[in-house]
Each structure stands twice: as C-alpha cells, then as structure tokens.
Write a protein that binds this ligand. Structure first.
Ligand SMILES: NC(=O)c1ccc[n+]([C@@H]2O[C@H](COP(=O)([O-])OP(=O)(O)OC[C@H]3O[C@@H](n4cnc5c(N)ncnc54)[C@H](O)[C@@H]3O)[C@@H](O)[C@H]2O)c1
Ligand SMILES: [Zn+2]
Length: 252
C-alpha cells in the first residue's frame, strides 16, 4: 500500500466524518434513506423537529450520548493523534462528528464543526456559552433551563443550521498543503466543498474510506479501505530540514 508522506514543511488539514467512528460501533448517517441510527433526520435533527418535538430530539441525542460514552476510539482515531504528536502545530483536525472519540484518542488541535454530544446550550442563542452536559434525559421535565429562561438544547448543529467556526476552518484550509478526508460521504455541505477549497491552493487531497465519496473526482488520491485498517502506518513524516529526506521517502 502507498504511504502518504508528510514533508517537513507541510501543513495537514484533516476532515473526518461518521465513517471514522463506524468501527467503534457508532452508526453512520445514511444519506440514501435519510436515516441515522434508524431515525429520519427530519424527525430528530432539524430546527423544525426541535420546535415541534423537543422531547423526541432529546430522546434521540440522549441515546447518542449513551452509545457514544460506551464506544472506544479505534486505530484510525489513534493514527491521527499519533500524526499530530509528530507534527504539532502543522496539524489541524476538523470533524463533522459529534462524538468525542478523537479527543479520547489524544487529538488536541481539533474543532467540532457540527457540535458536540457532551455539551448543551440555550435554545435562544442568548450569548451564554455551551456547558458540559452528559446527562441521559429520560423525559423533557428533566431538561434544565438557561438563566434567560430558554430551554437547554443539544449543542449540535442541526441540518439546515450553519456549522461552527467557519472562519477558522477557512483559514486552516488556506494554509494546508495536504488535505486528508476520512469516512464522509460528500453529501453534507459545506464540508463536501472543503476539498475544492484546498485544491484552489494546490494542496494534495487524499480520501480514505471503503467506497469512493460522491465528490471522489476532486481528490488527487483515494485510498479504499476501512479507516481502522488502512490508517495505522499510512503516514510517514519526513525528518530533518529541506526536501532531501522527504524525497527519499517518496521513492520508498
Ligand atoms: N459519530 C458521529 O458523531 C456521527 C455519526 C453519524 C452521523 N453524524 C452526523 O451526521 C452527518 C453525517 O455525515 P458524514 O458525511 O459524516 O457521514 P455519512 O454517514 O454521510 O457517510 C459515512 C461515510 O463513511 C464511510 N464509511 C463507512 N465505514 C467506514 C470505515 N470503516 N472507515 C472509513 N469510512 C467509512 C461510508 O462509505 C460513507 O461514505 C454529520 O454531519 C455528522 O455530524 C455523526
Ligand atoms: Zn439563554
């Protein structure tokens, strides 16, 4: 299998999706039938669902909290944490996932563009920051209220809402010389556009997953396989200064 060489001056931007957590036992979102863990997304993760049925939304995200807490990081999460340990500030991880398996594997420089299961925030966007909350709610009566009176909702970007920290994401992509995308179907925007933004800056772009994503033609390389199987040992970090070491590795 070809290895991916990370040169001594390179900046790596990684985008992960539900597929990287599949081998940890967390179901992906299936765009073909619009189901996530057996639920229709319009019933459980849209602003409209929250207005209509907050109890149903909390039941869904409480179940995701429960299974997320039981899951363990797999070798793909560990491989990314290891790459970050080797290249430090030249690494940045943007995940669409709401689980915390990247953090638990040791990733530090990461951003959850679609929110985090382990937090809740005020439904009124009153300006108060999200709070840590891993409670598994059994009824809506147990869900607290913000000091402004608004009901607490999951700190999740519902379908149709704007992802978090897009400015930071854009500036990290602008610096990247290598973009690695793992386990995302290329269905959910704006994440599906990131590969095009990276290419505008001539970055190399690699996709890793068991099947080509919808936007496969935009990648310079597609590594087909399960992330947990193909990612350990996939990255080779060029040592030393200059391009010599890096070029040597390319020839391996
Ligand atoms: N774990 C989570 O946090 C989680 C789980 C499901 C959905 N979601 C949310 O739903 C949306 C889902 O969109 P998405 O594009 O991330 O996922 P998606 O479910 O649309 O696509 C999953 C992709 O993962 C690939 N895949 C399956 N098994 C894999 C494996 N072992 N290794 C690598 N890839 C594998 C599939 O081929 C598919 O392309 C996101 O916005 C996300 O927030 C999150
Ligand atoms: Zn509030």
């Amino acid at each position: 299998m070809d290895q991916i060489v990370v040169g001594p001056e390179e900046h790596v931007f990684v985008l992960t999706g539900a597929g990287i957590s599949a081998e940890s036992g967390l179901p992906t979102f299936r765009a073909e039938d619009g189901l996530w863990a057996g639920f229709r997304i319009e019933d459980v993760c849209t602003p409209d669902a929250w207005r209509r049925d907050p109890a149903g939304v909390w039941a869904f995200y409480s179940a995701r909290r429960e299974s997320g807490m039981k899951a363990e990081p797999n070798p793909a999460h560990v491989a990314l944490a290891e790459l970050e340990r080797q290249i430090g500030d030249r690494f940045f991880l943007c995940t669409q996932n709401v689980d915390d398996l990247h953090e638990r594997a040791g990733s530090v420089r990461l951003l959850h563009m679609h929110g985090e299961l382990s937090k809740s925030r005020c439904e009124r966007e009153c300006g108060r920051a999200p709070v840590e909350d891993r409670t598994i709610y059994r009824s809506l009566a147990e869900v607290g209220r913000c000091s402004c009176g608004g009901r607490m909702r999951p700190h999740i970007v519902f379908f149709g809402e704007i992802p978090l920290e897009m400015d930071r994401i854009q500036s990290e992509i602008a610096q990247a010389t290598l973009m690695v995308v793992v386990g995302t179907s290329g269905n959910v925007y704006p994440a599906a556009s990131f590969v095009h933004w990276a290419r505008q800056n001539d970055a190399r772009t690699v996709y890793i997953g068991p099947e080509p994503p919808l936007n496969a033609q935009a990648f310079s390389q597609v590594v087909l396989g399960k992330a947990g199987e193909v990612m350990p040992g996939l990255f080779v970090v060029g040592e030393g200064k200059g391009t010599e070491a890096c070029l040597q590795k390319w020839k391996l």
